[in-house]
Design a protein around this ligand. Structure first.
Ligand code: HEC
Ligand code: HEC
Ligand code: HEC
Ligand code: HEC
Ligand code: HEC
Length: 325
C-alpha cells in the first residue's frame, strides 16, 4: 500500500515532466521481442496474438522505461519481466528474471515450471515438452499475481462477474476452436480444441470497447445530454495504474468553427483529488447548456496513457454526433 501511494506521488511528478511524447500507434501493432523457449515454432497463432498484447510490451514500453528511470528502479521491474509464476505460486508477486527481459510477460512466465513442463488446461501425452493439466491456469488468482497492485482485482470482486473464478480471462481471452499446436516440419496434425485468444484484449481493440461501453447524446430543450454507460467492464473504467485516464470530449461545431467545448475527466486523482472513474454497470449522465447556439454536437470518448497526453494524441474509443437545430 505504501508503495502505491509513493508511486502515485512520484509518478505524478514524473508524468508532469514528459507529457506529449507518446502516441497510441505503439499500442496497436505487433512488437518484435524475443520469446524464451522459441514457443512460436509450434504455437505460432498464440505467439502472433501475444506479440500484439500489452504483455509483450511490458518491458520495452517507452513509458515504462522512462518511469522506471531507465530500468534502475528495482521495485518496478519484477512484474514487467517476471520469472516463472509457478516458481513463486499464483497470487504472489513474481521474481525478476535475469535474462531475456525484453520479452516482458512472456509465455514461460505464465506456463512453465522449474522442470520445463508446460501447464495448461489439457491432459496431453508427452509431445516435445511435458504437459501438466492445471486448473489454476487462467484463474483470477493467477492474473492477480500482478494485477492486484493497482486495484483492478478488488474492483472486479465487487461486480456481478466477481465470483467467476475465471472472470478475467472470460472477457480478456475469449474462446475459439483451433489446433493449439503445430509442427511445421512434421506431417502430424493436432486436434481442434478449445483455445483462448492471447491478445489480452484491451482499449486498443475497438470491437471490445464497443461491446463494453456505450456513449449516447441527445438534445433536450437548450441542453445537450450525454450518457456514458459501462455495460461489460468488470472493473472501473479506466482501471489499473493511475497513468491511465479517459476524457469525454464535447464540442458544438458549426462547420469548422467550434462554438462550445466541454470536457469531463475520468481518472483516479487520489490522494490529492477525487476518483472520477466510471463504476462497473454505472451510467454517467452529463448535461451541458447550449446557450441557444446551433450546429452539430460531437461527443467523443478519449483514452490516454499517460494521462498528460494532449487530447490530439489520445486514442479515440467512441464518437457520436447529433444535430442541434
Ligand atoms: C517443438 C514443438 C513445441 C515447442 C517448441 C513448444 N511446444 Fe507447447 N506444445 C506442443 C504440442 C505438440 C502440444 C500439444 C498439442 C495438442 O496435442 O493439441 C503443446 C502443448 C502446449 C500447452 C498445453 C498444455 C496443456 O496441458 O494444456 C502449453 C500451455 C504449451 N504447449 C506451452 C508452450 C510454451 C510456453 C512453449 C515455449 C516455452 C512451448 N509450448 C513450446 C509443441 C511445442
Ligand atoms: C507477471 C505479471 C502479470 C500477470 C501474471 C498478468 N499480467 Fe496482465 N499485465 C502485466 C503488465 C506489467 C501489464 C502492462 C504492460 C504494458 O503495457 O507495459 C499488463 C497488461 C495487461 C492488459 C492490458 C492493459 C492495457 O493497459 O492495455 C490486460 C488486459 C491484462 N494485462 C490482462 C491480464 C490477464 C487476464 C491476466 C491473467 C490471465 C494477466 N494479465 C496476468 C502483468 C501481468
Ligand atoms: C465483464 C468483462 C471484464 C472483466 C470480467 C474484466 N475486464 Fe478488464 N477490461 C474489460 C474491458 C471492456 C476493458 C477495456 C475498457 C477499459 O479500459 O476499462 C478492460 C480493460 C482492462 C485493463 C486495461 C486498463 C484500463 O484502462 O482499463 C486491464 C489491466 C484489465 N482490464 C484487467 C483485468 C483483470 C486483471 C481482470 C480480472 C480481475 C479483468 N480485467 C476483468 C472487461 C473486463
Ligand atoms: C499472462 C499469462 C499468459 C501468457 C503471457 C501466455 N499465456 Fe498461454 N494461456 C494463458 C491462459 C490463461 C490460458 C487458458 C487456460 C484455460 O483456458 O484454462 C492459456 C492457454 C494456452 C495454451 C493451451 C490452450 C489454449 O487456450 O490455446 C497454449 C498452447 C498456450 N497458452 C501457449 C502460449 C504461448 C505460446 C504463449 C506465448 C506466445 C503464451 N501462451 C502466453 C495465459 C498466458
Ligand atoms: C505487482 C506488479 C507490478 C509492479 C511491482 C509494477 N508494475 Fe507497472 N504495471 C503492472 C500491471 C499489472 C500493469 C498493467 C495494468 C495497469 O495499468 O494497472 C502495469 C502498467 C504499468 C505502466 C503502463 C503501461 C506501459 O507500460 O505503458 C507503466 C508505465 C508502469 N506499469 C510502470 C511501473 C513503474 C514505474 C513501477 C515501479 C514504481 C511499476 N510499474 C511496478 C504491474 C506492476
Amino acid at each position: 500500500m505504501r508503495g502505491v501511494i509513493f508511486c502515485v506521488i512520484a509518478c505524478a511528478v514524473i508524468l508532469a515532466v514528459f507529457s506529449g511524447r507518446f502516441t497510441f500507434a505503439q499500442y496497436a501493432k505487433p512488437v518484435k521481442v524475443p520469446i524464451r523457449g522459441a514457443c512460436q515454432t509450434c504455437h505460432k497463432a498464440h505467439a502472433d496474438e501475444w506479440l500484439k498484447s500489452a504483455h509483450a510490451r511490458a518491458w520495452i514500453s517507452e513509458l515504462f522505461k522512462e518511469m522506471s528511470d531507465n530500468y534502475e528502479r528495482e521495485e518496478c521491474l519484477h512484474c514487467h519481466a517476471p520469472e516463472r509464476l509457478l516458481d513463486t505460486g499464483f497470487g504472489k508477486e513474481p521474481k525478476l528474471r535475469d535474462r531475456t527481459r525484453e520479452g516482458g510477460v512472456d509465455c514461460s512466465a505464465c506456463h512453465a515450471d522449474l522442470k520445463g513442463r508446460m501447464h495448461g488446461p489439457y491432459e496431453i501425452e508427452r509431445e516435445f515438452h511435458e504437459n501438466v493439466k492445471n486448473e489454476e491456469i487462467g484463474t483470477v488468482e493467477m492474473c492477480a499475481s500482478c494485477h492486484y497492485k493497482f486495484g483492478t482485482v478488488s474492483e472486479f470482486k465487487e461486480t456481478k462477474w466477481g465470483k467467476d473464478p475465471k472472470g478475467c480471462v472470460e472477457c480478456h481471452m475469449p474462446k475459439v476452436e483451433r489446433p493449439i499446436g503445430e509442427m511445421p516440419l512434421v506431417e502430424k496434425k493436432y486436434p481442434v480444441r478449445f483455445s483462448r485468444v492471447h491478445t489480452f484484449r484491451s482499449v486498443d481493440d475497438i470491437e471490445f470497447v464497443k461491446e463494453s461501453l456505450k456513449l449516447e447524446a441527445a438534445v433536450d430543450g437548450d441542453k445537450l445530454i450525454v450518457k456514458l454507460s459501462s455495460i461489460n467492464v468488470g472493473h472501473k473504467f479506466p482501471t489499473g495504474f493511475n497513468v491511465n485516464a479517459a476524457v469525454i470530449d464535447v464540442s458544438l461545431l458549426d462547420g469548422d468553427k467550434q462554438l462550445l467545448s466541454f470536457k469531463h475527466l475520468l481518472s483516479d486523482e487520489r490522494p490529492q483529488g477525487k476518483d472520477t472513474r466510471l463504476l462497473p454497470e454505472e451510467t454517467l449522465t452529463l448535461s451541458y447548456p447550449l446557450e441557444g447556439k446551433k450546429g452539430t454536437a460531437v461527443v467523443r470518448l478519449l483514452y490516454k496513457r499517460p494521462k498528460t497526453l494532449p487530447d490530439e494524441k489520445a486514442l479515440e474509443l467512441l464518437k457520436v454526433e447529433v444535430p442541434v437545430k
